[in-house]
Design a protein around this ligand. Sequence first.
Ligand code: AMP
Length: 371
Amino acid sequence: MKVGILGAGQLARMLIQSGQNLGLQFTTFAPERSPCVDGLAEQQVAQFQDKEKLQSFFDAHDRITYDWENLSVTTLREIRECEKKLFPSLSVLEIIANRYRQKKFLNSLGIPTAPHALITEESGLIDAVQTLGLPGILKTNQLGYDGKGQKRLKDLGECQTAWAELGRSELEYESWVPFKRELSLIACRSVRGEEKFYPLAENHHVQGVLSETIAPAPVTESMQKFAESYAQKIFQAVDYVGVLVLELFETSDALLVNEMASRVHNSGHWTIEGAETSQFENHLRAGLGFELGGSQALGYTAMRNIIGNWQGTEHIQEVFPDILVHDYLKESRPGRKLGHLTLQGKTHEQLIQNLQTLRSFLAANGPKETV
Ligand code: AMP
């Protein structure tokens, strides 16, 4: 079976690696050649807005998925058989690609999010800050990821500079959520309607960018079920196919969705070694109509991103023989996700102990995470 991937970053790399067990053939489609998929897949280099090239790409493949949601929805809408071949579907992508639309969709299903408002002019921002209060966070509605295109507001006087900085496109203002923990749920639904849910994972961010994931997160059974019920509502509402990720804020009395992603996700990298089947393999299984693999955790796993450079980690396996190093083969650049480390423990306590040792080692020797 021939599978096309729109995008050619590290997520495409790990999808392809996991798909090799399934006997699949891959091609990526991206504006530039990518070292992440070199030697793993054929690469088509073209702009996402190039309708002709995109159409031939769709014609040449049985199924198409994506590792990046900032695609051209307008162009995709004009592609023959897009609805038949693309997973998750174009209608899902349209919802996901816009923060405000995403929240409206979630709220319409009764899924709670941070209080928010759509901002299209500076006076609207001032009104929103007065209504929703401070502190808050101003975010671009599109093309925002990893905390980019965001500005925290602590004072009404900051509205003017925030608008000047971000106001070129549509924005959203959100109340600041005093969360206790950030969690994420990786869920998956297949073309046949089969559903799987991974255990909730706990995420730690540095300056808005994911740094560590710990899985399974210590949570109650009812919190796990509550998060799964959100994903099930979304699955049913849009006849979802593929991996769906919910980034969640746990507060003292609620579980809010911060963001959803209709693709495999950084907070699910732990599943490669830490679960019966990885998020990557299950995403492909889901879209291709295969039976889904199990989603139970195998022991306790932590994932640590390598951001900016690999400095100090060259001999890390000599110090931590059990650590697994995933190198995406990208060139170093500040803020860029270059790879990740996976470490495991037999119990949660042991994992946290191992992670503390790794943290101390990285603090003394490792890359300074310039974001
Ligand atoms: P995002 O790009 O929306 O996922 O935001 C990146 C990170 O910023 C989140 O993982 C949180 O750590 C933080 N953040 C975003 N929105 C809020 C909010 N409304 N309240 C508190 N923290 C937030």
